[in-house]
Design a binder for this molecule. Structure first.
Ligand code: ADP
Length: 447
C-alpha cells in the first residue's frame, strides 16, 4: 500500500481524499494555490505545498508543479479528485513516466473511454445500448445529412472530445444540421484542440441516469447501482439521488449490468461512471463515461456502504476489489443537494466572500461533505460549490422529509447560497412524485 498520497485538487474533494487516506493509515499530502492559502482543511494533511497563483493554469492544472510537489514530498501516488487534471490522459502518462501511481485508470483506458467516438464503438462491442447515429467521426457534410435522414430529426452534433456541454448543436432539419456541423466543429477546435464531431439521435424528453462502476487490475468489474441526476440547470447537476425513482427493476438490472460489462471489456481499473439518458419508456442510451470519481459519489456510498475513494486507492495499489457483485446490497434512499455560493434570485450569480455564519445540520442520516468553516473566505477563482448536503432514509419520502429538516437547520451568511432553492424543490409536488426530466428545473425557474 502507498505510504503517502498527494491530492492534486482543492476544497471538499481534497478533504474527502484526506479523510480516506487517514483511515487507511496513508499520509495525505495537500497542494494549494495562493487563493487557497490558509484554508482550514489543509491543516488536516500531513504536509501542504503551495503550487502557485490562484489561476488554475498556474496551479491546479500545472502538471510540472504538481509533479514537483509530489517529488519533494516523496508521494508515491496522486489522487486527482474531479475536474482539473482528473481526465487528462497526458497527466496520467506523466505520472507513470515519473513512477508515481495515478489513482485512476491507465492513460490508455482513459483515452479510450474519454473520447466519445471510441467510447461509443467500445459500447457497441460490449452490447451497451447507445443512441442511433453515425458509426464514428463525421467528416463530410453529405455523410451527416445521409445519417440524419436515416435516423430522423431532431439530431444532435457532438464533439468527440466534448465536455461541459460545449461543442454540441441540436438540428431539426437539413439547414440547421449544415450550420450546426460547422459551428460545433469550430467550437470543438477552440475548446479542445480536436475538431472531430459525430451525430446521434436527439431525445426530447429524458432523464439522466448514471451507473457507478469500479474495476480492478485483476479483471474484475462491478457496479454499485444507479443515480438519477435529472435536476439540472444549464447541464449542471443540482440534486442527485439513488436509487432512481420508479425505475423498473428489470431495466435497472439491464443497465447496471451493461455498465459493468463496458468497463470490464475496456480492461478498466478504478472508478468510472457510465452516463445514460433514459426515455419515457425507460429505454437507456449511453451518453459518455466519466473516468474519475464524481461529485455525487457519496449518494452511492450511502445506499451501498462502499467507500468509493478507499476502493479507488486500493485498486490503484494493485489490490483486488474488496467486493464481489453479490456483496452489493443497496439499502434505503439517498439524496444529495449541492450547496453553491450563488444567488438564485440574481440568475445564480457567484457569491464569493467571507462566511460569517456557518451552522451546518446534523443528526441521524445526515452527511455533510464540505471544507467550509465559520470565517472561511470563498475564493472567486473556482467552482461555486461549497458543500454537499446528503441524507439517507428508509425510502424516498423519508429521505425527502429528512432533507427538508436538514435544510431548515442550515444557516449560512452573508454569502448567498442555493439552500433556499433546495428547500423549495423538496416541497415541490413534481419533485415529490419522482422521475422529473432534465429540463424540469429550468421550466420551474421560468415560472
Ligand atoms: P458533456 O460531456 O459536454 O457533458 P454529454 O454527452 O454528457 O456532454 O451531454 C450533456 C448533456 O447534453 C446531456 O446531459 C443532455 O442534457 C444533453 N444531450 C447530450 N446528448 C443528447 C441526446 N442524444 N439527446 C438529448 N440530449 C442530449
Amino acid at each position: 500500500m502507498f505510504s503517502r498520497v498527494l491530492i492534486a485538487n482543492r476544497g471538499e474533494i481534497a478533504l474527502r481524499v484526506i479523510r480516506a487516506c487517514r483511515e487507511m493509515g496513508i499520509e495525505p499530502i495537500a497542494v494549494y494555490s495562493e487563493a487557497d492559502r490558509g484554508a482550514p482543511y489543509l491543516d488536516l494533511a500531513e504536509e501542504a505545498v503551495c503550487i502557485g497563483p490562484g489561476a488554475p493554469a498556474e496551479s491546479y492544472l500545472n502538471i510540472a508543479r504538481i509533479i514537483a510537489a509530489a517529488e519533494v514530498t516523496n508521494a508515491d501516488a496522486i489522487h486527482p479528485g474531479y475536474g482539473f487534471l482528473a481526465e487528462n490522459a497526458h497527466f496520467a502518462e506523466v505520472c507513470r513516466d515519473c513512477k508515481i501511481e495515478f489513482i485512476g485508470p491507465s492513460p490508455e483506458a482513459m483515452a479510450l473511454l474519454g473520447d466519445k467516438v471510441s467510447c461509443k464503438q467500445m459500447a457497441r462491442k460490449a452490447k451497451v445500448p447507445i443512441f442511433p447515429g453515425s458509426d464514428g467521426e463525421i467528416e463530410e457534410e453529405a455523410e451527416a445529412i445521409e445519417v440524419a435522414a436515416k435516423i430522423g430529426y431532431p439530431v444532435i452534433v457532438k464533439a468527440a472530445a466534448g465536455g461541459g456541454g460545449r461543442g454540441m448543436r441540436i438540428a431539426h432539419n437539413e439547414a440547421s444540421l449544415r450550420a450546426g456541423l460547422k459551428s460545433a466543429k469550430q467550437e470543438a477546435v477552440a475548446a479542445f484542440g480536436n475538431g472531430a464531431v459525430f451525430i446521434e439521435k436527439f431525445l426530447e424528453k429524458a432523464r439522466h441516469v448514471e451507473v457507478q462502476t469500479i474495476g480492478d487490475r485483476h479483471g474484475s468489474a462491478i457496479h454499485l447501482y444507479e443515480r438519477d441526476c435529472s435536476v439540472q440547470r444549464r447541464h449542471q447537476k443540482l440534486i442527485e439521488e439513488a436509487p432512481g425513482p420508479h425505475i423498473d427493476p428489470k431495466k435497472r438490472d439491464e443497465v447496471c449490468k451493461s455498465a459493468a460489462r463496458l468497463i470490464k471489456n475496456a480492461e478498466y481499473s478504478g472508478a468510472a461512471t457510465v452516463e445514460f439518458l433514459m426515455d419515457e419508456k425507460q429505454n437507456f442510451y449511453m451518453l459518455e463515461v466519466n473516468t474519475r470519481v464524481q461529485v455525487e459519489h457519496p449518494v452511492t456510498e450511502l445506499i451501498t456502504g462502499v467507500d468509493i475513494v478507499r476502493e479507488m486507492i486500493n485498486v490503484s495499489a494493485g489490490e483486488p476489489l474488496s467486493y464481489r457483485q453479490r456483496d452489493i446490497k443497496p439499502r434505503g434512499h439517498a439524496i444529495e443537494c449541492r450547496i453553491n455560493a450563488e444567488d438564485p434570485e440574481f440568475n445564480f450569480a457567484p457569491s464569493a466572500g467571507t462566511v460569517k455564519t456557518w451552522q451546518p445540520p446534523g443528526g441521524l442520516g445526515v452527511r455533510m461533505d464540505t471544507h467550509v468553516v465559520t470565517g472561511y473566505r470563498v475564493p472567486p477563482n473556482y467552482d461555486s460549490m461549497i458543500a454537499k448536503l446528503l441524507v439517507h432514509g428508509d425510502d424516498r419520502d423519508h429521505a425527502i422529509a429528512r432533507m427538508k429538516r436538514a435544510l431548515a437547520e442550515f444557516k449560512v451568511g452573508p454569502i448567498k447560497t442555493t439552500i433556499g432553492l433546495h428547500s423549495e424543490l423538496m416541497n415541490d409536488a413534481g419533485f415529490a412524485k419522482g422521475g422529473v426530466d432534465i429540463h424540469y428545473l429550468e421550466r420551474l425557474l421560468k415560472k
